[in-house]
Design a protein around this ligand. Structure first.
Ligand code: PMP
Length: 425
């Protein structure tokens, strides 16, 4: 039967299965595909949704009477901060609106910690003998390459259905003062899609840490990026940290990269008031203020926090069918064969596919040979080291729906062929 797990088939059954997949693969190669599932970029259609921005702002004066064209206002336009503070569950003083990239803000915050230390640091991180970071895996590749650039050592911990494994994190940070922080994508994690529960967030906010200045880099890149009608709320990390006596532990990040334009949106950084003031004190050496015209344009475009939510519904209408197509093809082609599992995200930009251990790099190589670009093997792990060579991140947002279909059919053929090869080896 078609659905008998591959591992339970006889050698001759496997050989004929391999031959079928090889023939399908050869056909794919001959068909000359050129498709790309590598990066979580919005599609052109999604970007079109924000083209109203191009005619804005209609005024250059902010609601509080500031001329947006001039210097000043290091924290960003107050009304835009208030809009996103409401969406992110913060007070306006706990949020700063800045340039176009939250990743840049993460690099800034790390740089300030490195050179000057945080509000609760004994000395700059750069003067420590060693600095280590807890990294939930699989995770976001740019988080890991950024730490590598700083020479910060990465310690992986597993993700669970509820967020990072809080017991594992708590055990690591309790006695090792060199562990200064952790990454966390709390809502619709990249690439695995989990939402960190309030309970896990509470654990992370309250756990004793040997380092007095331990930081949770709370990268809420997908806070509002639902794929279902359910508006899952992010855990309330800043309040949780405050009530457990570690108010300066979280540093929040978010942006409109996947709300408006991915190269011309607005990025935000937040935390305790002291953390935000600390950020501005360090930023102020190199900036007299952010692009307030862009802030004002975004403010006018959305109008209200509900305007942002309504806009996200339009993204969902474009994205949900692509994710449904990925799910359909994975289920139809790989279901019941015992060689792959995958996530069923309710938001965010990715599907995380785990293929037969030992075959992820082969799948990616085969896909490349058939003209389908996948993220390099190991990308979602520190030092690009996927110990089981099993994980593949799929990003279906950018291609049009028919290309998602073609690319996924090609990917599943490669998964099947690689599995058969490995089981016969
Ligand atoms: N964080 C995560 C988890 C992401 O997936 C991305 C985009 N791929 C970013 C940050 C980058 O955000 P920005 O465009 O604001 O720099």
């Amino acid at each position: 039967p078609l659905s008998l797990p591959l591992t339970e088939r006889s050698r001759s059954e496997l050989e004929s299965f391999r031959d079928t997949q090889q023939a399908a693969y050869d056909e794919l190669v001959a068909s000359g595909l050129k498709l790309d599932l590598t990066r979580g970029k919005p599609s052109a259609e999604q970007l079109d949704l924000a083209d109203g921005l191009l005619a804005l702002p209609t005024t250059t004066t902010t609601p509080d009477g500031v001329d947006s064209r001039n210097y000043g206002g290091l924290a960003g336009v107050t009304a835009l901060r208030a809009m996103f503070a409401e969406l992110l569950g913060l007070e306006v003083e706990q949020l700063s609106a800045q340039g176009t990239s939250s990743l840049t803000l993460m690099k800034d915050v790390l740089s300030y910690l490195w050179l000057k230390g945080g509000v609760d640091s004994e000395r700059p991180w750069g003067q420590e003998e060693k600095v280590r970071f807890v990294c939930p895996v699989p995770g976001y590749d740019r988080h890991f390459t950024l730490l590598e650039w700083f020479g910060i050592e990465m310690v992986p911990v597993p993700m669970t259905d509820d967020g990072p494994d809080a017991d594992a994190v708590a055990a690591l940070v309790a006695n090792d003062a060199s562990i200064k922080g952790m990454w966390l994508v709390p809502t619709y994690a990249n690439p695995t899609g989990q939402v960190t529960t309030q309970e896990v967030a509470e654990r992370l906010a309250s756990m004793p840490t040997a380092a007095p200045d331990f930081k949770i880099f709370w990268d809420n890149a997908y806070a509002l990026h639902h794929l279902t009608p359910e508006e899952t709320k992010s855990a309330d990390i800043v309040s949780l940290a405050a009530v457990s006596g570690h108010p300066h532990r979280p540093v929040l990040f978010a942006s409109t990269s996947k709300i408006t334009y991915a190269g011309a949106g607005v990025a935000f950084v937040g935390g305790s008031r002291e953390t935000v003031t600390w950020f501005h004190d360090n930023l102020g050496l190199g900036s007299i203020g952010p692009d307030k015209v862009n802030h004002l344009r975004h403010l006018e475009f959305f109008g209200t926090p509900q305007g942002v939510r309504d806009h996200m519904d339009k993204h969902r209408a474009l994205l949900a069918p692509k994710f449904a197509e990925v799910e359909r093809i994975l289920t139809e082609q790989l279901g019941g064969l015992g060689i792959a599992t995958w996530t069923h995200p309710r938001g965010g930009y990715f599907v995380s596919l785990d293929v037969l251990p030992g075959t992820a790099s082969r799948v990616i190589e085969l896909a490349k040979g058939a003209g389908v670009a996948l993220t390099p093997a190991g990308s979602a792990f520190p030092y690009r080291d996927d110990p089981d060579n099993t994980n593949i991140r799929l990003a279906p947002s950018f291609p049009v729906l028919s290309e998602v279909t073609g690319a996924m059919e090609a990917v599943t053929t490669c998964v099947l062929l690689a599995a058969a090869e490995q089981l016969l080896a």
